[in-house]
Design a protein around this ligand. Structure first.
Ligand code: PEP
Length: 256
């Protein structure tokens, strides 16, 4: 299977930005700009913005995602939100294991795996983030680390569930820094992720999985990044907060 038959996914990750009112305004601005895109368009928003986002996106091609999910179904987990709660609110996607969660909130490969299983068991599409730090890259561990993180995240995920998995290769040194991986680095990293999936599930299954690149992707560099054979769209932070920039990235992925 070639890239031409994998569907690209452009997903915005709003991080801790936008109130519900700002959410409605931004999605209303984006809707006409991304209508008719030949890729999947997703906005992952803070929990408190989900209701506004789902309402604003109604009738459009924009799907709504969350930025995290807890792995337990319910109980004494103050401040957490379960997969079933997200589904009940109209959420279809969820970002799991973002490097900011790993860096600031104690996320580990084990909890990434648990969250991924909870999301997939609830019928959500899981956007699972993997990526190396600059130090790990410079020490030559990129391939080993990406394969390890990918396989750990997918432990216990069935071949059927793999159809709802998106992996986002996000080099930590490129996130929110303005330093983008070169298109070749992105392609290589995504290739390592795909190779890990192939080792676990076989070539055919791996070829069908959408593998995004994320890390300072913007309106200027998106076209070159998504032109690469292993880059099936992107996870977009900063540039997803601006309708015009986000729509240029969506257009690049539609044509890439
Ligand atoms: C992200 O948040 O996943 C991300 C890639 O951020 P940015 O595009 O701002 O680097």
């Amino acid at each position: 299977m070639k890239k031409s038959v994998r569907r690209a996914v452009i997903a915005g990750n709003w991080k801790m930005n936008n109130t519900p009112a700002q959410t409605t305004a931004l999605i209303n601005e984006m809707k006409p700009l991304v209508a008719g895109a030949d890729c999947d368009v997703v906005l992952c928003v803070p929990f408190v913005d989900i209701a506004a986002a789902v309402e604003a996106a109604k009738g459009s091609n924009i799907k709504i995602g969350a930025e995290n999910v807890h792995f337990k179904a319910s109980g004494a987990y103050t401040g957490e939100v379960s997969a079933d709660m997200l589904v009940a609110c109209g959420v279809e996607y969820v970002v799991i294991g973002h490097s900011e969660r790993r860096q600031y909130f104690g996320e580990t490969d084990q909890t990434v795996n648990l969250r991924s299983l909870a999301a997939l068991n609830a019928g959500l599409k899981a956007i699972i983030c993997v990526g190396e730090t600059l130090e790990q890259r410079e020490l030559g561990y990129t391939e080993t680390l990406l394969k390890y993180q990918t396989k750990m995240a997918l432990t216990g995920v069935t071949k059927e569930q793999l159809k709802n998995v998106i992996i986002a290769y996000e080099p930590v040194w490129a996130i929110g820094t303005g330093v983008t991986a070169t298109a070749d680095q992105a392609d290589e990293g995504n290739g390592f992720v795909r190779a890990a999936i192939a080792e676990a599930y076989g070539e055919e299954a791996a070829e069908a999985v959408t593998v995004q690149y994320g890390g300072s992707m913007n309106a200027k560099n998106a076209e070159e990044l998504v032109s690469k054979v292993n880059v099936d769209g992107g996870l977009i932070g900063g540039a997803s907060l601006k309708a015009a920039d986000f729509s240029v990235i969506v257009k690049a992925a539609s044509e890439g």
